[in-house]
Design a protein around this ligand. Structure first.
Ligand code: FAD
Length: 457
């Protein structure tokens, strides 16, 4: 749909709601909203609307419902499954202006924030009050709280604190009906029916547009140790993580990277190799406590009989350098083109087998495809990136997701389904489950105007 396809009265009504400067129609100003972070998914929108508060969002949704105009909600646009870009010509509702970060409620250890607040802004506010927001991920400076709720973002600290759903005490949202639900009181014991925050969390903008959230905060640990541990193979690495989890309560992250990925990062960003001799598999761990955990780490790591080498960092600069070998993977991969990105979870006892075999599975259907693996190994979550294949060639995706399902895994660990993975949803959800999801969608968005092309096939 282009701006010419919208009745001029519709555009005038949008301007009445948010003001002329926040209805963006010029092609050059729409451009960054129309393409996803990877550059692989590009759509066209007639306009980007930027409401300033919940009432404006409600008025936009009511207008769109009346006029039959489909909406895509967009936060930071760091999603990786083409869920927040207008792949079918939808109107974009950008939540970035609704970015207030409230005061930290120290006694409840909670905070209320606008959906457009970035993850980094919330983490900074929590830290200033001596607490922490438990969800963290590489796109922290751009990803918004609304986006992390819509995708139930997992991230780097899930093994210790759980994902976004576990942090969500309450939400405010505008449903597809145009009605607003608001439950931000912060009661952590509240058994009064369906837990709507949990339902909206992970719904990928298909049921409601989140405008605010009440979030749980956790203890901030000022003493941190990061270590990069080297192993001969994935089996040894996966076993070591399970061992470390039982020995170290303060283990916050356990991230797996392979030598090929580390070499790519070193090449792309001119970094030195972490060890004099390379090793096939590495696990990056982060440990945080209220006392210096160096001795705890030394003792837990010392007990790993299969570990070949270790680099340990206690000061912030050295820790940041070790983290670059993991976090710079995504940017380094982008230097190879527009990779296909899959994020999958495997049962822990099938994870090493998956890591060993999946490159062969990809080569079987995409001989020129190169497979890159890294991810949150403690959660069984591996990011599978395939470079060297045409953006439209999904043979590799199909083979990998089929293989994941055959091992009892999930086709999406944390990025969601979006539009990119809809056709494979049946691999992880039964017909009955998909029917139940459709029934919920019909109840909360009867005219199918919210992200109608996302999630449900
Ligand atoms: C470098 C990098 C690292 C990443 N690491 C991780 C990681 O470790 N773990 C992880 O889970 N993800 C990760 N991601 C993916 C991404 O950051 C998350 O999915 C994040 O939650 C998206 O937030 P966003 O604000 O950018 O949402 P967007 O990309 O704008 O939108 C994502 C989805 O949410 C919907 N949406 C957005 N805002 C709202 C709202 N207010 N109400 C309703 N629906 C909404 C959109 O319609 C879309 O379907 C990473 C991405 C990058 C680029």
């Amino acid at each position: 749909m282009s701006i010419e396809d919208l009745p001029s009265t519709f555009v005038a009504a949008l301007i009445d709601i948010v003001g002329a400067s926040d209805v963006v129609t010029a092609a050059d100003q729409r451009a960054s909203y129309e393409v996803d972070w990877t550059g692989r998914f590009r759509g066209v929108t007639p306009a980007v609307v930027r409401p300033a508060d919940t009432a404006e969002v409600a008025a936009i949704v009511a207008l769109c419902r009346r006029e039959g105009v489909a909406i895509v909600a967009q936060g930071g646009n760091t999603g990786l499954v083409a869920g927040g870009v207008p792949m079918a010509g939808e109107l974009i509702v950008s939540l970035r202006r609704i970015d207030a970060v409230g005061d930290v409620d120290l006694s409840a250890r909670q905070i209320t924030v606008g959906a457009g607040a970035t993850l980094a802004a919330v983490r900074t506010a929590a830290a200033a009050a001596g607490l922490a927001y438990a969800v963290d991920l590489g796109a922290r400076d751009t990803a918004t709280i609304g986006g992390t709720i819509a995708t139930n973002a997992g991230g780097l600290n899930l093994i210790r604190y759980g994902g976004t759903r576990e942090q969500l005490v309450g939400v405010e949202a505008v449903l597809g009906t145009g009605e607003t639900i608001s439950h931000l009181g912060g009661l952590i014991k509240d058994n009064t029916g369906y837990h709507l925050p949990s339902l909206l969390c992970g719904s990928e903008g298909t049921l409601g547009i989140v405008t605010a959230a009440r979030l749980r905060l956790v203890t901030r640990h000022d003493h941190r140790v990061t270590a990069l541990l080297a192993f001969a193979d994935a089996h040894a690495a996966v076993e070591a993580v399970s061992d470390l989890r039982s020995r170290l309560d303060s283990l916050e992250s356990a991230e797996l990277v392979l030598d090929a990925g580390v070499c790519l990062v070193c090449e792309a960003f001119d970094l030195r190799s972490p060890f004099a001799d390379p090793h096939p598999v590495y696990v990056l761990i982060d440990v945080a406590d209220s006392h210096d955990p160096t001795d705890d780490v030394a003792s837990a790591v010392g007990a790993l009989t299969t570990m070949r080498d270790a680099a340990v960092a206690t000061d912030d600069a050295q820790r940041a350098l070790l983290w670059r070998y993991r976090e710079d993977h995504t940017l380094a991969l982008n230097t190879l083109g527009k990779p296909h990105k899959l994020d999958v979870t495997l049962p822990l006892d099938r994870l090493a087998e998956f890591i060993d075999t999946v490159p062969t599975v990809v080569r079987g259907v995409a001989p020129h495809g190169q497979t890159w693996l890294f991810g949150h190994v403690g959660d069984g979550n591996i990011h599978v990136n395939i470079s060297g294949v045409d953006p439209d060639d999904e043979a590799g995706d199909d083979a990998v997701l089929g293989y994941v399902a055959s091992l009892g895994g999930s086709i999406s660990a944390e990025h969601g389904i979006g539009t990119a993975k809809k056709r494979w949803l049946h691999l992880s959800r039964s017909t009955e489950e998909i029917d139940a999801m459709r029934a919920i969608k019909r109840a909360l968005d009867p005219d199918d105007i919210l992200n109608p092309n996302v999630l449900l096939p």
